[in-house]
Ligand binder design. Structure first.
Ligand code: NAP
Length: 244
């Protein structure tokens, strides 16, 4: 029987690749999106072509009421949620000394608070079922920091703290909680960066190439699998050797 997964921000980039790979791996999938309805509907069709039940739900992950609606709609359509991938995320870059407070908190709300709320919602059934998986999309910025990204790096460092703490709370209930820390992955999020910055980033990558969403999705499918049942509280860096 297919297990049910929620992938937040599944309309594009890494989330879309995760949703599709999960459908291929035998999951039913609920994806959320903020504004890209047509893209989300296309991913749903692609997942259905793999034999999965799939649904797209519009929800602003930084709003608690939207998270609740997303969770309840997904559960109604697919049944109890086995896997949550907290993937939806935004950047609003700028130097700290010029960053508006709202520019800081909006990134925290979407990237960190949204992940917390979604996790809290799915945990209730996971604890009852004594099984479940949560995978949080962190970032190398949350490990090493990044100039111009105090808001984003703080949100992703928070995601790592959330991951480790939740893993400790839930391990005895057979629920694993892990994070993936992608490096530079070619998506809409990185497409907007200046060429000079991209060139500098490339020079720091051991493998001398940017990653693609498939690189991340493959690891997410593994962390969700039964083969990964003894892995929890970990942060898997997938960056082509950025830190070496
Ligand atoms: P992306 O291409 O910009 O896609 C972002 C996704 O998140 C979209 O599906 C978007 O929905 C959704 N989203 C944005 N704000 C949202 C909100 N408030 N509520 C609900 N959904 C929202 O990003 P990506 O590059 O695939 O990144 C995915 C995750 O990986 C993020 O958490 C990001 O921080 C992390 N990451 C990415 C990289 C990288 O190099 N790309 C590196 C490290 C970490 P719409 O399509 O409707 O706008």
């Amino acid at each position: 029987m297919r297990k049910a997964a929620i992938v937040t921000g599944g309309s594009r980039g890494i989330g879309a690749a995760c949703a599709l790979n999960l459908a291929k791996a035998g999951y039913n999938v609920a994806i959320s999106y903020l504004g890209s309805m047509a893209k989300a509907e296309q991913i749903v069709e692609d997942c259905k072509s793999e034999g999965a039940e799939a649904i797209a739900i519009q929800a602003d992950i930084s709003k608690e009421e939207d998270c609740i609606r997303l969770f309840e709609s997904a559960k109604e359509k697919l049944g109890s949620i086995y896997l949550l991938i907290n993937n939806a995320g935004i950047t609003r870059d700028g130097l700290a000394m010029r960053m508006k407070t709202e520019q800081f908190t909006s990134v925290i709300d979407a990237n960190l608070t949204g992940s917390f709320i979604m996790s809290r919602l799915v945990l209730v059934d996971m604890v009852k079922a004594r099984s479940g998986r949560i995978i949080n999309m962190a970032s190398v910025a949350g490990i090493y920091g990044n100039a111009g990204q105090v808001n984003y790096a703080a949100s992703k460092a928070g995601v790592i703290g959330l991951t480790r703490s939740m893993a400790k709370e839930c391990g005895s209930r057979n629920i694993t909680v892990n994070a993936i820390a992608p490096g530079f992955i070619e998506t809409d999020m990185t497409a907007v960066l200046p060429d000079k910055l991209k060139q500098t980033a490339l020079e720091n990558i051991t493998m001398r190439r940017f990653g693609n969403p498939e690189d991340i999705a493959a690891a997410a499918v593994f962390l969700a699998s039964s083969e990964a049942s003894y892995i929890t509280g970990q942060v898997l860096e997938i960056s082509g050797g950025l830190s070496l």
